[in-house]
Design a binder for this molecule. Structure first.
Ligand code: ADP
Ligand code: MG
Length: 660
């Protein structure tokens, strides 16, 4: 029956086998279904001719009965068909008159031939059965016809469906194409969308990161702001308190101010009165100024007259005290200070002259302008010089010499030690600037300059520029006076500044150790202070100068070490020239031998004329220095004699007692 089943025309061709594989896609399923439908349709068409009427004709042929049965599809139908076939065969046999063929179905329990009744009944039963079968067969035939009609209808439906299927198939193909295109487009669009979204996402992530950073920063800023806000709040509170306090102070001050305004008014009135008085006083002051000026002129004139009377050359002698161990180690001369101006000096023990064999009378008496014993202070020595400093400010040239053998106290006298022991130079500086300060009140302004040089072995050296190697030459010009080429002349504004320069110069000074004193100098040191005063009120100008000379040791060649011979010779030459110049000056000789030594040539404009000279002869109190002391004192006496001769027209004898 399974094989016949497949041959049966499918009434509609719509149903598909139950166990067919599930469609992968709907389209494929459609295609497969379509194929099945087509195949079924073909089969149906192929078998269209096998209608019910055909089947009836086939039934006539017994060989075809099973086939018909299979077509009809039921056992009952098969049985009916078989019966019908037997009947037909029997009928045909009867019709043809032959009974050799008996149908098997008609075989029943054997009824005797005579039993007609039973045979009739049997036949009647058979007839009934056959009749029923016939009826059933007819019904079935009717069913078959109905089926045929239905088949036709279904076939038509099938064709319609097939057409529809073709249309659908083509549509399906179009749709598939569209679908593919759509898919591609969608895919591309999706891809694009994905990329855009990804980009957006990345941007958002970056944005998020930045935002996080910004939030962190803002949080920090916020915290800082909060803390500063707190500080500000505190400050504000403090300021508010201060403000309140100040407001209170302000109102108190306001009250004071009001009071002061009243006071001010009365003061203004007083001021007006005072102003009037001032005008009167101012007139009085100008009158007084005139008086002061005239008395100033008078003072200067008197001062210089006094100085002139004192002599243009003043000779002082200063005896230095023994220092530290000297008192015990060295024998001292006996010095008898007779008065301020004269003294006696002698060796402490008798000595015998090597030539005559007689004892030498080693006593000498000297009278000079002033004698300073070892206890004299620097200030006392300066006292007399201070008057000459005043003359320098009044437009005179002053020359101060420290003369004496090495170790006699020249440098001590000129430079001294710091403090109370300051020498003539620092004291002169202080006095100059003090006087300038005082003179400013009477309308004077002063221009101060200074130069520092030394003469060593007849060579001039700038002590402010000792290593320059420049050639320093002394020039004398009748109008300008003495100048030194390439010498630094330093402008000075204060005593302190001038002392600083002095210290520099002192350090640079050529110092050589000798047998007498390690620190004694073998050169002449000249400190020159240039003073230029100007009075605006009277349009007066004074130009003066002060030369402060620390001379080299005056000891003779005999007492000097051999290697120092050249130095000593040139020193002696310059010192003897100094004596000769002074002598010639005050003898009013035509030729004054200034040019015989650098020292006298340098001081040419400060020696003679209206210039004033102060010579301090320093002596050592020791017996071993006795001869040098006497030499120095003789030189001093000679200078003093010059003065006496000059002033007194050589009428008085020189006050040198000397050897008798
Ligand atoms: P010079 O310059 O003539 O060679 P110094 O001025 O160097 O001699 O004096 C030699 C020493 O004697 C120095 O130590 C100095 O301090 C000392 N001296 C000189 N004169 C005095 C004095 N009047 N009082 C105290 N000490 C003095
Ligand atoms: Mg000295």
């Amino acid at each position: 029956m399974d094989g016949s089943k497949s041959r049966l025309p499918k009434p509609s061709g719509i149903r598909l086998p139950q166990n067919r594989p599930k469609p992968l896609t709907e389209n494929k399923a459609n295609v497969l279904e379509h194929r099945a439908i087509t195949t079924a349709s073909r089969l149906a068409l192929h078998r269209r001719s096998k209608s019910v009427s055909d089947l009836r004709s086939l039934m006539d042929r017994p060989r075809m009965v099973p086939k018909i049965n299979s077509i009809l599809g039921t056992k009952a139908a098969a049985a009916a068909a078989a019966t019908a076939a037997v009947k037909v065969a029997q009928k045909r046999k009867v019709e043809k008159g032959s009974d050799e063929v008996k149908p098997k179905v008609m075989k029943h329990a054997k009824i005797p031939d005579w039993d007609y009744k039973s045979r009739f009944n049997q036949l009647r039963e058979k007839h009934t059965v056959l009749n029923e079968n016939y009826k059933k067969q007819l019904e079935k035939l009717q069913d078959v016809e109905d089926l045929e009609t239905k088949y036709e209808e279904i076939k038509k439906q099938h064709e319609t469906l097939e057409q529809k299927s073709v249309i659908l198939s083509s549509k399906n193909l179009d749709l598939t194409k569209d679908n593919k295109l759509f898919k591609t487009q969608i895919s591309e669009r999706l891809k694009k969308n994905y990329e855009t979204l990804k980009q957006n996402y990345d941007e958002l992530v970056e944005q998020e990161r930045k935002n996080t950073e910004r939030i962190e920063k803002l949080t920090a800023v916020n915290e800082a702001l909060e803390s500063s806000l707190q500080d500000l709040t505190e400050n504000h509170e403090i300021l508010t308190m201060k403000h309140e306090k100040l407001t209170a102070e302000h109102s108190a001050m306001r009250a004071d101010y009001e009071k002061m305004l009243v006071d001010n008014k009365s003061l203004n009135d007083d001021l007006e009165k005072e102003k009037e008085k001032c005008v009167q006083l101012s007139d009085h002051v100008s009158n007084l100024k005139k008086d002061v000026y005239s008395s100033e002129i008078l003072r200067r004139r008197l001062h210089n007259t006094v100085q002139d009377l004192k002599g243009n050359i003043r000779v002082f002698c200063r005896v230095r005290p023994p220092i530290s161990a000297e008192e015990e180690e060295r024998l001292q001369c006996l010095i008898n200070y007779i008065d301020e101006k004269s003294f006696e000096i002698r060796k402490s023990r008798e000595s015998v002259s090597a030539i005559s064999g007689k004892p030498n009378d080693l006593k000498a008496e000297f009278a000079l302008d002033r004698v300073f014993d070892p206890n004299s202070t620097q200030n006392e020595v300066f006292e007399d010089l201070s008057q000459l400093v005043q003359s320098a400010l009044d437009g005179y040239d002053i020359c101060v010499f420290a003369y004496g053998q090495t170790g006699s106290g020249k440098t001590y006298t000129m430079q001294g030690e710091p403090g109370d022991e300051a020498g003539l130079i620092p004291r002169t500086i202080d006095l100059i600037f003090n006087s300038i300060g005082n003179l400013q009140r009477t309308g004077w302004t002063y221009d101060v300059k200074a130069s520092f040089l030394e003469i060593y072995n007849e060579n001039v050296r700038d002590l402010l520029n000792p290593t320059s190697g420049q050639n320093l030459e002394i020039r004398y010009n009748e109008g300008k006076g003495t100048t030194v080429t390439n010498l630094i002349i330093q402008s000075i504004t204060s005593a302190r500044e001038l002392k600083t320069w002095m210290a520099t110069a002192h350090q640079n000074r050529a110092v050589a150790a000798t047998d007498f004193n390690e620190h004694s100098s073998r050169s002449h040191a000249v400190t020159k202070i240039y003073l230029q005063g100007y009075n605006e009120d009277t349009n007066t100008r004074y130009v003066g100068s002060i030369n402060l000379v620390d001379l080299a040791g005056s000891e003779s060649a005999k007492t000097s070490a051999n290697e120092r011979l050249t130095e000593t010779k040139s020193i002696n030459k310059s010192l003897s020239t100094l004596g000769s110049v002074m002598l010639a000056l005050y003898n009013k000789e035509k030729h004054i031998p200034y040019r015989n030594s650098k020292l006298t040539y340098l001081l040419q404009s400060s020696l003679g004329g209206s210039s004033k000279t102060l010579m301090v002869v320093n002596i050592s109190p020791f017996e071993d220095c006795y001869m040098e002391t006497i030499n120095s004192l003789r030189f001093a006496a000679k200078v003093k004699e010059v003065k006496m001769v000059a002033k007194r027209n050589k009428t008085n004898l020189p006050s040198v007692i000397g050897k008798t």
